[in-house]
Ligand binder design. Structure first.
Ligand SMILES: Nc1ncnc2c1ncn2[C@@H]1O[C@H](COP(=O)(O)OS(=O)(=O)O)[C@@H](OP(=O)(O)O)[C@H]1O
Length: 385
């Protein structure tokens, strides 16, 4: 009876079609959501108004809470925060640049603590697993860095990824976190050293701090080549990819001043002392081993024996590991286990163009003071300095 009087006010069409009991069950199941508004309480305009307000407030609160939570999650994801921070600094405004460098260092520390807590950071565990590099070939491009990596990989106590990771000079890779970097490393046994080669780290000075932050004991291998020959080598690589590049002489000389154009990044890379001085502010000299490219080309065994000593590896290299490939003009390697031989790919050993004599002389004059600076920095003398 009570039910009947309750539903007596429902629209006659609804009652006549299904009857009160059917209506009740359909409200209960909300099979037709709009039927809810046929409840008697909604016939009161004030209640309807309050309900509409309530719904609007609920929607607003949901939107606010969702965006607040996603903001918190984003802030907790350092990668997203870092990208946002970097995106806000269109130009390399010094303050923002310093801020991001500092921020990246903080991120790195956080990541490292996480990896250390999970026992994955360095070479302490007894298991075969991925380990962060403790040796980095950080430069210089076109100086034989691939050759050294291939020679290093012959040693049973060295493992290394085959590709350049370029983690410390790439913001978007850093945003993936140190664990991403770790995933790029091959598995190693206890006692093996993980090495990495990314020669572009050299001219990206903040890499020094980042690598130090990651492992302050990192051993650094640096290859240096006659700066002018290195520049020509880099030009050959660039022109291979971009045949429209100007002729070498027009590329390196500023059209207006007729001076060597330092704004060309490849020209600046060969100013070794300027870059190395930054690295020497971060790492002590004893953690660097310098290899002269020309000497590596002539006597790989001698150079690799020195690398072996520098890395405190057990003596391994012998003359049977290297053989001179006269058609390539380089020493290639012979794998002991299989006897198979391996030479560098076609992108190494491109024929160099003949540069105009006066431009070559101008380039040597240009690099000369920097070469002197380099000798003083390292207390070394190079065949071309
Ligand atoms: N065995 C050996 N010893 C010394 N040097 C060698 C060796 N093999 C190759 N090369 C020279 O390395 C030059 C390429 O250097 P990189 O491997 O550092 O290039 S890259 O930056 O990775 O592209 C490359 O320079 P170019 O000849 O100008 O192409 C090679 O001359």
């Amino acid at each position: 009876m009570a039910n009947q009087s309750h539903y007596a006010k429902l629209p006659t069409a609804a009652v006549s079609r299904r009857g009160p009991q059917q209506c009740l069950s359909s409200y209960g199941n909300f099979s037709n959501f709009l039927d809810v508004f046929r409840l008697p309480m909604f016939s009161n305009p004030r209640i309807r108004k309050y309900c509409v307000k309530l719904v609007l407030i609920c929607v607003l609160c949901t939107v606010l809470i969702t965006s607040f939570c996603s903001e918190i999650l984003n802030l907790r994801n350092p990668g997203i925060y870092l990208n946002r921070l970097v995106a806000t600094s269109n130009k390399r405004n010094t303050r923002t640049y310093q801020l991001t460098t500092q921020f990246k260092l903080d991120l790195l520390k956080g990541d490292l603590t996480m990896l250390e807590n999970s026992g994955n950071a360095h070479n302490e565990s007894n298991k075969e697993e991925r380990r962060l590099p403790s040796c980095i070939i950080f430069g210089v491009s076109k100086c034989g860095t691939r050759a050294v990596l291939e020679y290093l990989k012959l040693h049973p106590d060295i493992v290394a990824p085959n590709v350049e990771i370029n983690y410390f000079n790439n913001k978007s890779l850093q945003a993936r976190g140190l664990s991403w970097y770790l995933q790029q490393m091959p598995y190693s046994r206890p006692g093996q050293i993980t090495a990495e080669k990314s020669p572009d780290y050299f001219q990206h000075h903040e890499c020094a701090k980042m690598i130090y932050g990651c492992n302050r004991d990192t051993k650094l291998l640096l290859l240096l080549r006659d700066p002018v020959v290195r520049l020509v080598s880099q030009y050959m690589q660039l022109v291979d990819k971009r045949p429209t590049l100007p002729a070498f002489e027009d590329w390196v000389i500023n059209n207006r001043t007729r001076e060597i154009n330092m704004d060309i990044p490849s020209v600046a890379v060969s100013v070794y002392s300027r870059h190395l001085s930054h690295w020497l502010k971060v790492f002590p000299r004893r953690q660097f081993h310098i290899i002269e490219s020309e000497s590596l080309k002539k006597s790989p065994l001698q150079e690799m024996t020195q690398v072996e000593r520098f890395l405190h590896l057990r003596p391994f290299y012998s003359s049977e590991d290297f053989y001179f490939n006269s058609s390539r003009g380089f020493y290639c390697v012979r794998m002991r286990a299989t006897g198979k031989t391996k030479c560098m790919g076609k992108s190494k050993g491109r024929e160099h163009i003949a540069v105009k004599k006066e431009v070559v002389e101008q380039l040597y004059r240009f690099y000369q003071p920097y070469n002197k600076e380099l000798n003083d920095l390292l207390n070394m003398k190079f065949s071309w300095s």
